[in-house]
Design a protein around this ligand. Structure first.
Ligand code: 13P
Ligand code: SF4
Length: 385
């Protein structure tokens, strides 16, 4: 859904840092428990300091589902996260996104029309009863509704492993490896995974599948650019989508870090390419990365493959460790970065004046189906990698 952020009044754009702190603090105090502010780990510090709860996509959606007190949820994150919070929160609660242009380029790589086309093209060749659609949280509400309608689920980087086991009918505690892969292949079950091919591939390989078991579905080509025999034979169809921030990390960067820090550790987000993830000591969601760092022995050097605001915060909070980004040419997530103190002050002062600005509202027709898939995700729970 295309939304456009209107320019803010000068009162916000011309305010100094201190003035913005005073505005946000005063609005928060006036609103009290009527408002809760959620902050994704990629938010800048000037915004994150106001968050009542911080988390990864999984944790924040669980928080939104469990939190019934606040009338307003101000989501400092990106659109797909705010949509999920709207779907999972109570009907009387309203979700606000401080800047409507805070989208996600990966989420935009799969739209409903393209996924429906893929589904019907697939249906010509294979029995759709054997295919389970799984969408990454980083997708529109319309795609979450699609998987809800088609017996699928949403997953996040925190539970992709358990979500794929659920989709494949594999026990959550079955040991990963070629045996598990062979068992699944024999059942003929398939998964259409979108929009991030890398999270898909990293999860599939960690379960014990090989390259031969997956194909990339290119939505710009008829039947994804794949032959009929491919569609029949493979277990996983991975949508050709990626995160422009995480695809910057390379195996050479890991090698350079290890050369500089022979005893160092590497932790990366599963949106990084498989070639990078395969070299890491740990792969996981933003929460998992934080926990990994928190448990490291003092003096450890850690190379991190994720968005730079989180890496900088970890470095500041852990002076006993050496924490560096694997990418020397640091690349922030430009859409997460759109949420800034002027926009936060603007939405909060609006609430003080009884004006709801930038509400993210998912129509009930879509929300009802999307809720099925999101509830399933929360039920599946678990932690990947
Ligand atoms: P997490 O769910 O791990 O926080 O990741 C969200 C995201 O957008 C990563 O790019
Ligand atoms: Fe989307 Fe990548 Fe930004 Fe995450 S880091 S919100 S996947 S563009």
């Amino acid at each position: 859904m295309f939304r456009l952020q209107a320019p803010l009044p000068d009162r916000y754009t011309h305010a100094s840092e201190d003035e913005l702190v005073a505005m946000i603090g005063a609005a928060r105090a006036t609103l009290g428990r009527r408002v809760v502010i959620l902050g994704h780990h990629y938010q800048r510090d000037e915004v994150m300091r106001w968050a009542d709860a911080r988390g990864d996509s999984f944790g924040l959606s669980r928080f939104a589902a469990d939190q019934h007190q606040a009338e307003f949820i101000v989501f400092c994150g990106v659109t797909f996260m705010a949509e999920a919070a709207d779907i999972l929160s109570a009907p009387e609660q309203q979700v606000l996104l401080p800047d409507l242009n805070a989208g996600c380029s990966m989420a935009d790589m799969a739209d409903l029309e393209a996924v429906e086309t893929a589904w019907s093209e697939l249906g010509v060749v294979v029995d759709l009863d054997s295919v389970v659609p799984v969408t990454y949280m980083n997708s529109s509400a319309a795609l979450k509704a699609f998987v809800g309608r088609h017996r699928g689920t949403v997953c996040t980087s925190a539970n992709a492993d358990t979500a794929l086991r659920w989709a494949l009918g594999v026990p959550y505690d079955a040991a990963p490896g070629p045996g598990l892969a062979e068992h699944v292949i024999a059942t003929g079950r398939k998964v259409l995974f979108f929009p991030d091919q890398h999270l898909g591939r990293n999860t599939v390989r960690a379960l014990g599948f090989a390259a031969k078991d997956e194909r990339v579905w290119d939505p710009r080509l008829a039947t994804g650019g794949l032959a009929e025999s491919d569609l029949k034979e493979v277990t996983f169809l991975l949508w050709k989508g990626h995160c422009s921030v995480h695809q910057r990390f390379t195996p050479d960067q890991v090698a350079a870090f290890r050369a500089a820090h022979p005893d160092g550790k590497v932790v990366v987000h599963p949106e990084c390419a498989y070639e990078v993830a395969a070299l890491a000591d740990k792969i996981g969601s933003t929460d998992t990365i934080i926990h990994y760092v928190e448990r490291a022995a003092p003096g450890t050097a850690i190379g991190v493959g994720t968005e730079i605001h989180l890496v900088h915060r970890l470095a500041e909070e852990h002076p006993e460790l050496t924490i560096v980004s694997l990418d020397p040419l640091v690349c922030p997530c430009s859409t997460m970065f759109r949420i800034d103190p002027p926009h936060l002050a603007w939405v909060l002062e609006g609430l003080v004046e009884d004006e709801v600005r930038n509400r993210i509202f998912v129509e009930e027709a879509t929300a009802a189906d999307a809720r099925v898939a999101l509830d399933r995700m929360l039920e599946i729970g678990g932690s990947s990698f």
